[in-house]
Design a protein around this ligand. Structure first.
Ligand code: ZN
Length: 391
């Protein structure tokens, strides 16, 4: 007998409108989004009681939470991070690696492969490599010891041991070897993202020819207009706005990007081309004051102050401690944008960046039933995750 669930009486957040509708889920897939009339007798009924019914959030840039980092390379870390972020609305994620050695990456791939065989709290969509092929000048809080150029040898090795599970790669396209790397990654359908880059407008134009279509945390280590040897060059934000095909990511914790900039980006790019990420680190969902970015090692120590992670000398932010509903509240309450746009930038737009928008990201017939019930205060009250193997 099919497994049928009906979500009744909720205000459903579609990409372009909010409408009171009943939703029918059959075997983990959204079967109907505008049900009226009889409810099948065998159905489980969830009374949404005037709450919002939203698609689950997709996090394509997330390092940790609940005291764990994916770079811990343990099953427990994967479980705890997904659990803490799921409780705040994230139903899919890309575990994100910081710059590290090749052996550490291999270990991360091994854990990932093991974990996805099990029942997990969220859907893992693949791994996001944020480095090591980034600009030393724009490394931010990343460990300089591990930053390097993409050699052909290392690119080939990386594709050999992780090409099937790497979903996205943040790199500096101006580095020597980037072209070879991009070519190799495109063969594995890996989303190429400009980030921690010192590139000029011209470098980004070249990057687009290489296949880059996304910018990782715009305004964090993505410099704009600048003078080099008495000549003025446009930079990354200018290119991000100029090229329509470019998608951008903004950190939505309310610290990295001012509300005015979010509104400017929305005006210039539209919600389809902006995804909001937490870039959350280990301390997300906890109240600790001391933590680590990446592996637990003295050199990776960071402090948590005023609701954001910083390097101990306060020279750089070191990731956020935000969770999904914190970002939703910032978008709606502080940036004063519509709940449709806010939810889209947390669900459909990030899913599109990694080619998963056909399966998840909106409440639409045929998509996986990853659904949130959210109350009037924008707190996530219930999380439903549809069947796992439908993609
Ligand atoms: Zn990051």
């Amino acid at each position: 007998m099919p497994d049928i669930t009906v979500i009744k009486g909720g205000k459903v957040i579609f990409p372009d409108r909010v409408k009171e509708n009943d939703i029918i889920i059959k075997d983990g897939i959204i079967e109907c989004t505008d049900h009226s009339g009889e409810i099948p007798e065998c159905a489980e009924i969830i009374d949404a009681n005037n709450m919002y019914v939203a698609p689950g959030f997709a996090e394509i840039h997330i390092h940790g939470g609940g005291g764990y980092d994916f770079m811990d390379c343990t099953d427990e870390a994967f479980e705890k991070i997904s659990e803490i972020h799921r409780n705040h609305g994230v139903t899919s994620m890309l575990p994100t690696a910081v710059s590290c050695g090749a052996d550490d990456l291999t270990e991360l791939f091994d854990v990932y492969r093991r974990v996805i065989q099990k029942k997990t709290k969220t859907r893992f969509l693949g791994i996001h490599l944020e480095g090591p092929f980034i600009s030393d000048a724009m490394r931010g809080a990343q460990n300089p010891r591990h930053i390097r150029k993409p050699s052909e040898y290392e690119t080939d090795k990386l594709m050999e041991c992780g090409g099937d599970i790497i979903k996205m790669c943040t790199a500096a396209p101006e580095l020597d070897g980037a072209e070879y790397m991009a070519e190799a990654m495109k063969k594995h359908n890996i989303t190429l993202s400009v980030g921690h880059s010192n590139g000029t407008f011209g470098d980004i134009e070249k990057a687009m020819r290489m296949g880059f279509r996304h910018i990782t945390h715009l305004y964090s280590n993505t410099p704009g207009i600048r003078k080099i040897n008495q000549t003025v060059y446009a930079g990354i934000p200018e290119a991000a706005y100029y090229f329509d095909e470019m998608h951008i990511e903004l950190i939505g914790d309310g610290h990295h990007v001012p509300a005015e900039v979010l509104r400017l980006a929305l005006k210039l790019k539209g919600a389809d081309k902006i995804n909001i990420t937490s870039d959350a680190m280990r301390a997300a969902g906890t109240d600790v004051k001391d933590s680590y970015l990446g592996e637990i090692k003295p050199e990776n120590r960071v402090i948590i102050e005023d609701g954001v992670a910083k390097l101990p000398d306060r020279s750089y932010f070191a990731g956020s401690i935000a969770t999904g509903d914190v970002m939703l509240k910032w978008l709606v309450n502080k940036c004063e944008i519509s709940i449709c746009d806010a939810v889209k930038m947390l669900s459909l737009s990030p899913a599109a960046v990694v080619g998963e928008d056909k399966n998840i990201g909106s409440i639409e017939k045929g998509k996986l039933a990853d659904i949130l019930l959210i109350d009037e205060s924008l707190d996530v009250k219930k999380v439903i995750i549809g069947q796992k193997n439908a993609s």
